[in-house]
Ligand binder design. Structure first.
Ligand code: ANZ
Ligand code: ZN
Length: 757
């Protein structure tokens, strides 16, 4: 009968006990910044466990690891909670942080807790405002009026990166266009470096490609048309088709459209399904007058936002022209030669194209950072009627006494009225706060000196290994790269890229359960299996439910597992092991509670392991060393599910094989050290040697396949494994057979040792 492993007291005993080592080799390992939503969810747990496994492995490999934790504490949910539950965002946030910190401690993660910080701390606000002002003085921040994305649910402006197909990334609202003056960070200044830097970092290819596509570098051509004596430049990849251009189409959001026809443009933005002509242009080649139309298939942020309409050769232009009955002129024939193009007739397409000068264009726009919300870092600018924009002296902290629920609380509060720092006449503060993506663009640089009140950065360094979800492919990862480059140019840093290696963990998925009659969703723990049916029960009321496919855990689908509940029943070692075991780190993790039960049983078997000491077992050491080599290889490659499997194979081997005391003790000791990487509490408890962390780690990664060799004496034959060089092979053989040292032998290379007595 197994001794039962009672995890609770042991996990509590070892909580926070493992310490980082000192070493001249160092490694910075970090998970993506956490929003304090109130509860740690399983997705977090997967992310953080993968981080912790890397932290512990690197520690055993002799690295001084730095793995801090903090809170991305500003943002809208806190403000919405203030409106819904009448609780101040600061209090709501603090409460959430306390609850989440508590869960993380139970999960037994190794963090530099002493460096913990949150973005709503006054120091953090102060330094962020100082950085903003430094950017401002150096032309990296500008204020300009443009069409912006307005989220009517969250009531704020959003950056382009935060809108996908016209839908707001957080609220899901359909974006409206508004024209307001907003603050921008000049991300476009670094566009080439942002693109080229991707080649130097060890990131998953899909993420790099997402950034490349977002930056959208294109080679094309400009052609200048004319409007009322002014240049009107189109961007095209097919300049040779210019004689076929029968109209110009222009993005309603482009500055030009707004300039020449503001009223028509505004109307069109509200109702884009009509033909709106805003002027005429002269085609520089045909010299003919052609109409200029608004069209929302032209993107404002791409090229010049003005397209020459060539319906004979471009699909989108053709659809537009057919819809509104516009003229179409074919200028390229079936042999790719020009027709209807005056002097160019008969020339090859490429020949004509090469007459034009190529230009480069990008899709990336400047990052709009103004948010019309309260719970964020205030933008430290004051508007004075005499002096214009004036820098405010920092820190500008948020007023506590404000009313929520009627627009931006800062805008309606007395807080905004101040005296101009320069001329002392009445002035107004900027009431917009900064996008919270600004807060998360430099937090990793601040961590090493998070408590320093005088200097924003001391010992700032790039993150060696950054782990988080792939959903930030463009947003956070692009902004942080921009910040790093800007801060380097302002003299704060001496490196170019923030995250040298990036690992994306796959999402945690669960089946959904949905009532057959009510159509409402059930939590997995409200469902039980009854013969071939699944029954959902709430408050004693039952109904049959259907099991849907595995889907990303989501609050609205209720396919959620609460880590706290799992910790209660299975303990953190088991949860950690399970979350590592099931699938490769970068792939979807399909939750199944039976697997977790299996992990708990495994820990139980380890707990009740009793070695059976016996004779020296010649094969044993090599098997153990090979298993350790496998472990090293798998850890090195972050093949953590294979590592978890190695642990089971290893344990089964020591459980099922007899060897001498030294051999078994060596094997079990290294087993516990390996297990500690995932399951620290039980390993610490069972490790009776020196200090688990500083004890040597077996680093060999060479796997030797044992070869059989036959030992023969007096016609009797025994097999042994050949895993040493031939000299000590004979020695080992002699000792196996218990022969005196001077026994003669005949050795057939690699095959047989024949002892002669
Ligand atoms: C004339 C033309 C003739 C074009 C033809 C194509 C075919 P890619 O390759 O994706 O970069 N274009 C330019 N700016 C645009 C914008 N802001 N929004 C939407 N479309 C835009 O596409 C470049 C082509 O897309 C350009 O070449 C332009 O149409 C259009 F037979 O100019 B083309
Ligand atoms: Zn003034």
């Amino acid at each position: 009968m197994d001794k039962k492993y009672v995890f609770r007291s042991i996990e509590e005993k070892w909580q926070d006990k493992d310490k980082f080592i000192n070493s001249d080799k160092s490694k910075y390992i970090l998970e993506m910044f956490m929003y304090p939503s109130g509860k740690v969810h399983m997705g977090h747990c997967r992310n953080f466990t993968i981080v912790d496994v890397n932290v512990r492995y690197s520690t055993l490999m002799g690295y001084k690891v730095f793995c801090p934790i903090g809170w991305d504490a500003f943002g809208l949910p806190a403000e919405n909670a203030a409106i819904d539950n009448n609780i101040h965002p600061r209090i709501w946030t603090e409460k959430n942080i306390d609850a989440m910190r508590n869960t993380l401690k139970k999960m037994n993660y190794m963090y530099n807790w002493e460096n913990e910080m949150k973005t709503c701390d006054s120091d953090y606000i102060k330094f962020q405002q100082e950085l903003f002002l430094d950017f401002y003085r150096n032309g990296l921040v500008t204020k300009k009026e443009e069409w912006v994305n307005w989220d009517p649910i969250d009531k704020t402006v959003l950056a382009n990166e935060q809108v996908e197909n016209g839908i707001a990334w957080r609220s899901g609202a359909t974006i409206e266009k508004k024209r307001i003056s907003q603050w921008f960070f000049k991300t476009t200044k670094y566009v080439d470096e942002l693109l080229e830097g991707l080649n130097d970092i060890d990131w998953p290819e899909p993420i790099k490609n997402a950034q490349r596509n977002w930056i959208g570098k294109q080679k094309g051509y400009h052609i200048d048309f004319e409007h009322n004596g002014e240049k009107l430049t189109v961007y095209t990849t097919r300049p040779e088709t210019v004689y076929g251009c029968t109209f110009l189409v222009i993005s309603p959001e482009s500055e030009f459209a707004y300039k020449i026809a503001p009223e028509q443009t505004k109307k069109y933005l509200l109702k884009p399904d009509s033909l709106v002509q805003i002027g005429e242009a002269i085609n520089p080649y045909t010299k003919q007058k052609i109409p200029i139309f608004l069209a929302d298939y032209v993107l404002a942020g791409y090229g010049t936002g003005i397209v020459m309409g060539v319906p004979a050769h471009d699909e989108r232009d053709k659809m537009f022209a057919e819809k509104y009955g516009l003229e179409s002129i074919k200028v390229i024939d079936d042999e790719d030669k020009l027709i209807n193009s005056q002097d160019w007739n008969g020339l090859k397409m490429e020949e004509v194209r090469s007459k034009f000068q190529q230009v480069t264009c990008y899709r990336l726009r400047d990052w709009i950072i103004s948010r019309q919300r309260y719970w964020g870092c205030p933008i430290p600018i004051i508007y004075c009627e005499n002096c214009g924009e004036v820098e405010a002296s920092t820190p500008i902290l948020l007023p506590d006494d404000v009313k929520f629920g009627h627009g931006n609380p800062l805008d309606i509060s007395g807080w905004k009225h101040v005296l101009c720092p320069k001329c002392k006449s009445p002035a107004k503060r900027e009431t917009d706060t900064m996008d919270t993506f600004v807060d998360s663009s430099w937090y990793f640089l601040r961590f090493p000196c998070s408590k320093n009140q005088d200097k924003v950065f001391v010992d700032a360094k790039p993150v060696d290994l950054y782990i988080g979800g792939a959903e930030h492919a463009v947003l956070h990862l692009l902004y942080a790269r921009f910040f790093t480059k800007a801060l380097r140019d302002l003299g704060y840093l001496n490196f170019d890229e923030p995250f040298l290696k990036l690992l994306n963990q796959g999402m945690v998925c669960l089946p959904t359960y949905r009532g057959k009659i009510s159509r409402k969703y059930y939590y997995p723990n409200q469902c039980i299996k009854e013969s071939d049916k699944i029954i959902g029960i709430i408050n004693g009321i039952e109904e049959e439910v259907e099991k849907g496919p595995y889907t990303k855990m989501s609050k609205s689908l209720l396919n959620i597992i609460d880590p706290e509940e799992m910790l209660e029943v299975f303990g953190s070692d088991a949860v950690r092991l399970f979350i590592i075991s099931d699938s490769p780190v970068n792939q979807l993790f399909l939750w199944n509670t039976n697997g977790l039960l299996g992990c708990k049983k495994f820990l139980n078997r380890i707990w009740s392991f009793e070695p059976k000491y016996g004779e020296y077992n010649i094969e044993y050491d090599q098997q153990i060393k090979n298993m350790l080599a496998n472990i090293n290889i798998h850890l090195e490659n972050n093949e953590l599910n294979l590592f978890a499997a190695d642990l089971r194979i290893y344990f089964d081997y020591i459980k099922n094989n007899v060897a001498s005391k030294e051999q078994i003790d060596f094997a079990f000791r290294y087993f516990l050290k390996s297990l500690w990487i995932i399951c620290p509490a039980i390993s610490n408890e069972l490790y009776n040697y020196n200090d688990l962390i500083t004890d040597n780690w077996y680093k060999d990664q060479t796997i030797i396949t044992p070869q059989e060799i036959i030992l023969s004496i007096n016609g009797k034959k025994i097999q042994m494994y050949k895993y040493s060089n031939s000299e000590n092979l004979v020695e080992i053989a002699r000792s196996i057979l218990n022969l005196p040292e001077n026994t003669k032998y005949i050795y057939k290379e690699g095959k047989i040792i024949n002892f002669i007595q």
